[in-house]
Design a protein around this ligand. Structure first.
Ligand code: NDP
Length: 461
């Protein structure tokens, strides 16, 4: 920063989640900008503290019961004495402390000023801190993320959200999960695997709206097969405190008592009381910050990245938006974050990995007939064990004329790992013949993705 700058900082970042931390430390550490970051809660944000990371560790924890059963079938003498939530929770909390400390060290190492307070926008170049003081900055980056929301219904306060599930004193014996999105379906599998009796209500006809129909159908079947009482076209009307737990009244006219109710009914951007509208920043209907392709708001000195902009709510996307912002503003190389063909995983049980268009989306948008290649089979590992095997699905949506693989959908163990690699090919514009020309890795489940010779069906001719 030049000595005669009228501002305290070149960049003031509000929110130390994945996107904000990356932008702050790259701007400070690699471009020499004078940077501050304000955080009212814990460093690391949703992903590290109350999202992806603890969730994935819980997914791992929930898988060992099934693995022990399989191990015995393979000849191992495993005595299973059950799962201790206390042991896991203590270790989880220590791990989150460790990760938070790493985030803080990275910021310190880059020379970023950490301000452990809530900050709001006072005007185009000023932020106000909770202690009443203000700081000025040439650029303000809003990276305040989002939060889970509960529907407005009587007794909603009796239920918890994904923020609290990691901290419950004991694992609920009977839990109701409301919502059929990413979070609802992931926690249904986790809690079922850890031994809770899980009921899930979804108001629509099939969970995981927006994903490939065949994939979501298989996941729903397998969730039910694993013991989750998944009830579709069912919603909650009200909740009441009951001597024995929480009494839930549903849209089918029933009353059921649960120990815990988890609302996984979506997330809202953290823009309330942030002073954004007053400063001239435009907000969308859901309260999200409206930005252009470069993440700039209606106020040229105020930028926004990550979940608060409600573009694609994924950590790696927020990080890329942060990096593109630094390139645009501090390196003088304008860069638009690329939101096309983002591979993603949903850590349901079975897991799903997906990139590109679902069959249903491609029918509407591809502009050419489609060849659908789809295969479903039982994995070798569980078939041998003779234990309940969740089916694997491998599916390619191919443009019949362009030959391009427009979508790849995998359901099964390690689908997230597989889709990361398949995602490179799809992002490069690989054709079905490129897949076919790749030699199979044998014996793996993934080899099916290069050995599906004949279309299962042709659509749109
Ligand atoms: P989603 O939008 O995915 O799902 C919300 C669910 O709640 C939907 O099934 C929705 O139904 C339902 N719902 C919404 N409002 C109500 C209501 N008033 N009453 C009853 N049901 C309701 O949100 P999540 O909170 O699950 O996840 C938020 C985002 O976080 C995801 O979109 C994703 O980007 C990200 N995420 C990513 C993960 C990953 O990458 N593995 C994991 C977790 C989250 P309907 O379908 O009818 O709208």
């Amino acid at each position: 920063m030049s000595a005669d700058s009228p501002f305290d900082y070149d960049l003031f970042v509000i929110g130390a989640g994945s996107g904000g931390v990356r932008a702050a430390r790259v701007a400070a550490g690699e471009t020499g900008a004078k940077v501050a970051i304000a955080e009212e809660s814990r460093y690391g944000g949703t992903c590290v503290i109350r999202g992806c990371v603890p969730k994935k560790l819980m997914v791992f924890a929930s898988g060992y019961g099934r693995m022990a059963e399989e191990g015995r079938a393979y000849g191992w003498d495993i005595e299973e004495k059950g799962f201790s939530w206390d042991t896991f929770k203590t270790k989880l909390e220590a791990e989150l402390d460790r990760l938070e400390a790493i985030y803080q060290r990275l910021l310190d190492g880059s020379g970023v000023d950490k301000i452990d307070q809530r900050a709001t926008v006072a005007d185009a170049h000023t932020v106000r801190l909770a202690d009443g003081t203000t700081r000025t900055a040439k650029h303000i980056l809003v990276a305040t993320g989002g939060r889970p929301v509960k529907p407005d219904l009587p007794g909603a306060e009796l239920g918890i959200t994904s923020n609290e599930i990691f901290h419950v004193a004991e694992l609920p014996k009977r839990i109701l999960i409301i919502g059929g999105g990413y979070i609802g379906c992931e926690f249904a599998g986790i809690l079922n695997g850890l031994g809770s009796q899980v009921t899930q209500f979804y108001r629509g006809t099939q969970v995981l709206r927006g994903f490939d129909d065949e994939a979501r159908g298989l996941i729903a079947d397998e969730m039910r097969g694993a013991g989750i009482d998944l009830q579709v076209e069912t919603d909650v009307v009200k909740l009441e405190k009951d001597a024995d737990g929480i009494r839930v009244f549903d849209t089918r006219g029933r009353e059921t008592v649960f120990d815990e109710v988890l609302f996984a009914t979506g997330r809202a951007p953290n823009t309330d009381g942030m002073g954004l509208v007053e400063a001239g920043v435009e907000l969308g209907r859901g309260g999200e910050v409206v930005v252009d392709d470069f993440s700039q708001t209606a106020v040229p000195s105020i930028w926004a990245i990550g979940d608060v902009t409600d573009r694609v709510q994924l950590t790696p996307v927020a990080i890329r938006e942060g990096m593109a912002f630094v390139s645009t503003v501090f390196r003088g190389v304008p860069q638009k974050p690329d939101h096309a063909l983002i591979p993603t995983a949903i850590f349901t049980q079975p897991e799903m990995g997906t990139v590109g268009m679902s069959e249903e989306e491609a029918i509407l948008k591809a502009g050419e007939p489609l060849e659908i290649y789809s295969t479903s089979f039982k994995p070798m590992q569980q078939s041998f064990a003779g234990t309940a095997a969740q089916k694997i699905l491998m599916k390619l949506v191919v443009g019949k004329q362009s030959r391009k693989v427009l979508g790849c959908h995998i359901v099964g163990p390690a689908a997230g790992e597989m889709i990361q690699l398949a995602g490179i090919a799809v992002k490069m514009g690989a054709t079905k013949e490129d897949f076919d020309n790749t030699v199979a890795v044998h014996p793996t489940a993934a080899e099916e993705i290069v050995t599906m010779r004949n279309p299962t069906r042709t659509v749109g001719e």
